[in-house]
Design a binder for this molecule. Structure first.
Ligand code: MG
Length: 509
């Protein structure tokens, strides 16, 4: 049953109403996006682009209405005055004002001209990237990328920042995050990971068997396996569904309708399973948000980093553990007797945890993955701060790859051109992937002190104690607390990379 957000304050009630209407428009937009990626016939694209444009204009006009600005200002003043007097404003009220202000400020600071120019530049950028990536021609991407960077620099300057211009872009994905903080956290991590990698490489692991990869697996069986796993970890198919798309993603159409997609590759059951659990982790987060904030700006994950902590906890900390495979191997054997009939959990465990520096980020193991991220982070920060030139990117990339991973990509398509992100204007996004790993390990450490027998539960296929803990401590709050605030509230300390490093050391000892 949905309990409404109750407030005796008429201004909070009005803000909540506006927030709800904006959330509705956004949900409708998301539904069109989901359809475009799943079932839309190809010719639908013509009107779809227009429909999305119209909806985003309505959203923008509604959000930047002067009434919204005045209401936020008034509430901010009153919250400030009431400070310490325990008047009517609780954490949720304050967070609602904060999140609405964040959206309002961004929408009013960035002129419509820039929004339009960015839409054009990223549309051109995406097309150029596709060609450059496919034909291994970096030169095709130079000008379009430069255009995107110029606009992102303009955006960062309008949004504002204290020290580094890159901070103005980071904040979009991880509120309050600064380059200084990123450096504090990532530098020790980089050192430790490189040390660990060197140790592992000299100890010469034997090659694992190809079980979840390299054989043929029927599509229907893969879908059934993923559905069974999603159901088991607590994903509610009455409040979501699983479909196929070119890339896996999770999408939220408002409270209690959060859908996941997956990508089918005939010879890669492993990627299907891990994508399912990963997206399932994202979806569980959104589905676990409190009913009371169910239709407002607070009904979303608080940041991409925290979101990624939820997907990676299920995918890696749980999904790549031996107890997990002890539970699931018999089921997979029954489903795929020809491919996996004589497989043991230990063999799968070894296969899905093999450490090997490679060129491609999305195929990387839990250790080298973060080195891939750090390469991108250092490069995009230098680009935004104009310390390096776009034309020099292949060389910069290859030098960093050699220093960090010990390998130089043979082509730019396998190197600097492998990711789509920059062509879409997503700059400042990459660090959230590694932050997700760090948050996940820190949350997991706390979860294990609260649920000491967690691996026994996993081995017996009982995932509810984990989900209950996550709901109570993380999901329930939606965006009420900012990422750093949430980490402190849940674990009692600030984000600390030591938990992730300890987890890796224990696992790969
Ligand atoms: Mg993700």
């Amino acid at each position: 049953m949905v309990k409404p957000y109750t407030t005796s304050d008429p201004e909070i009630a009005r803000l909540l109403e506006l927030s709800g209407e904006l959330f509705d428009i956004r949900s409708a937009t998301e539904l069109l996006h989901w359809d475009q990626e799943t079932y839309m016939p190809p010719k639908g694209i013509l009107h779809r682009a227009r429909q999305l444009g119209t909806l985003s204009a309505i959203f923008h006009a509604k959000l930047t209405n002067p009434e919204v600005g005045e209401l936020i200002q008034k509430l901010e003043d009153e919250i400030h005055k009431s400070h310490g007097s325990h008047r009517s404003y609780n954490d949720t009220d304050r967070a609602l004002v904060r999140e609405m202000k964040r959206a309002y400020d961004k929408a009013t600071k960035i002129p419509e001209r820039l929004v339009r120019e960015m839409a054009q530049a990223t549309s051109d950028g995406l097309e150029a990237w596709k060609i450059a990536h496919k034909e291994n021609k970096f030169e095709v991407f130079i000008e379009p990328l430069q255009r995107i960077l110029d606009l992102k620099i303009e955006e960062a300057d309008l949004v504002g920042y204290k020290n580094s211009r890159y901070d103005g872009l980071l904040d979009e994905y991880e509120p309050d995050l600064t380059s200084k903080r990123v450096q504090e956290v990532f530098e020790p991590l980089k050192e430790e990971i490189r040390k660990l990698l060197r140790k592992l490489q000299t100890s010469q692991n034997k090659k694992s068997k190809r079980l979840l990869r390299g054989q043929k697996y029927p599509k229907q069986i893969m879908l059934q396996i993923a559905e069974k796993m999603l159901d088991k970890i607590g994903y509610d198919f009455q409040a979501g569904r699983q479909d196929l798309s070119a890339h896996p993603f999770t999408i939220n159409f408002g409270h209690q309708d959060v859908r996941v997609t997956n990508r089918y590759l005939e010879a890669d059951l492993g990627s299907f399973i891990f994508s399912a659990i990963h997206e399932g982790g994202h979806a569980l987060y959104e589905l676990g948000i409190s009913d009371t904030i169910g239709n407002s700006f607070l009904a979303a994950g608080t940041s991409l980093g925290i979101h990624e902590s939820q997907s990676r906890m299920w995918e890696n900390l749980i999904g790549r553990s031996l107890p997990f495979w002890k539970y699931w191997t018999p089921y997979l054997q029954a489903k795929l007797p020809n491919q996996l009939g004589s497989t043991t959990p230990e063999e799968i465990y070894q296969e899905v945890n093999e450490v090997q520096p490679g060129f491609i980020r999305v195929e990387a193991d839990e250790i080298t993955y973060n080195l891939h991220i750090i390469i991108r982070l250092e490069i995009e920060k230098d680009l935004i701060e104009k310390k390096i030139k776009v034309a020099d990117l292949p060389e910069v990339w290859n030098t960093k790859s050699q220093a960090s991973l010990g390998i130089t990509p043979p082509t730019n398509s396998l190197g600097v051109l492998q990711d789509i992100h920059w062509s879409q204007g997503s700059i400042g996004y990459f660090p959230t992937y590694t932050l997700g790993n760090l948050y996940a390990a820190q949350f997991w450490h706390k979860l294990q002190t609260d649920i000491p027998k967690v691996y026994d539960h996993i081995e017996s296929g009982n995932f509810y104690p984990i989900l209950d803990w996550l709901r109570e401590n993380i999901h329930w709050h939606g965006s009420i607390y900012r990422p750093e605030e949430l980490v402190k509230k849940v674990t009692g300390e600030d984000l600390n990379p030591k938990y992730f490093i300890e987890y890796l050391k224990r696992k790969y000892r």
